[in-house]
Design a protein around this ligand. Structure first.
Ligand SMILES: Nc1ncnc2c1ncn2[C@@H]1O[C@H](COP(=O)(O)OP(=O)(O)OP(=O)(O)O)[C@@H](O)[C@H]1O
Ligand SMILES: Cc1ncc(CO)c(N)n1
Length: 301
């Protein structure tokens, strides 16, 4: 396990839902944190009966029990960084936000999980506003996919240009960095490079783009959880936001590529978090980075 400059083991907490199939949610988060050699802890907001074919049921944990778990972790183990995933309902968002305000923690990554790949809602529709009002002001980084970005900014995103506008508008709600993920973007949104999947990062008033080859596979269950947990782990290790995203993007690419041929489940198979941690990501001068052949390349666009 990695240690901080103060000498203690780096501790990351995920506040999210359980995926019984092990591909997304708490399970993906803990596997990813472990791969990044960060000590992972978990507060469960919900249990899903879930597999690679879809979600068969959801059991919501009470807000009181969510609070109890948070206190158990905080009073004994301590927390260097927090990531939130599936938060299910308004009361749980409120409980989590109150707790984060009380402990006054700087490194908070919000993955605004709303809908599972098969279409099952993982957050009640009426809770989106409370997520915006209470949680976003506390976030250092938020990682919406295009559909979640539309919910947060309140208008439809029709092209890559709109993604930029949405990132600026979501940043105005509080997060220091907004990452609009490219997994759901149609290939023709990225001019001249339809084979790339591009994540757009807006931080400090500037845009940076992280691209990789788009792996031709339907086995992408848990990509969002894995990606945000990799960012969380790198932030916990002391990396900058751009370094963390660079490492996470390279890792998720390898994790999706490895899972392409494996036989876990009959449906949307999970990503493979045993993929290697990429070599160090060094921000360069360009704002467009492409991960190719195991290393980062700078490309002008
Ligand atoms: N086919 C692919 N090949 C390579 N990388 C991918 C692919 N699909 C998604 N990614 C990457 O995976 C990460 C998650 O993106 P995505 O847009 O799929 O998130 P998500 O929809 O929140 O995921 P989830 O379905 O787990 O909720 C991003 O870094 C994205 O670029
Ligand atoms: C528990 C859980 N969290 C997040 C997602 C989104 O991938 C999912 N399918 N299940």
């Amino acid at each position: 396990m990695i240690r901080t400059d103060q000498g203690h083991v780096v501790r990351a907490l995920t506040i999210a839902g359980s995926d019984s199939g092990g591909g997304a949610g708490i399970q993906a988060d803990l596997k990813t944190m472990h791969q990044f050699q960060v000590y992972g802890m978990s507060v469960l907001t919900s249990l899903t009966a879930q597999n690679t074919n879809g979600v068969q049921g959801i059991y919501e944990v009470t807000p009181e029990f969510v609070r109890l778990q948070l206190e158990s972790v905080y009073t004994d183990l301590g927390i260097d960084v927090v990531k939130t995933g599936m938060l299910v309902n308004t009361k749980i968002i409120h409980t989590v936000a109150s707790f984060l305000r009380e402990i006054d923690i700087e490194k908070v990554v919000v993955d605004p999980v709303m809908v599972a790949k098969g279409g099952t809602p993982l957050l009640r529709q009426e809770s989106v506003e409370i997520l915006k009002d209470e949680l976003l002001p506390l976030a250092m980084v938020i990682t919406p996919n295009v559909v979640e970005a539309e919910e947060l900014c309140g208008y439809s995103i029709r092209d890559f240009e709109d993604c930029h506008r949405a990132a600026i508008d979501i940043a105005a709600l509080g997060p220091r960095a907004v990452i609009v993920k490219g997994g759901h973007m149609p290939p023709d949104w990225i001019k001249d490079a339809p084979n790339l999947v591009v994540d757009l990062v807006y931080v400090g008033g500037e845009f940076t783009y992280f691209a990789s080859e788009r792996v031709d596979t339907y086995k992408t269950h848990g990509t969002g959880c894995t990606f945000s947990s990799a960012i969380t782990s790198m932030l916990a290790r002391g990396a900058s936001i751009l370094e963390s995203v660079g490492m996470a993007k390279a890792f998720i690419y390898e994790a999706v590529k490895r899972a392409k041929t494996w036989d876990v489940g009959a449906g949307h198979g999970p990503t493979d978090q045993s993929a290697p941690i990429p070599a160090r990501f060094e921000p360069m001068s360009s704002a467009f980075y492409v991960f190719r052949n195991g290393r980062w390349n700078e490309e002008s666009r």
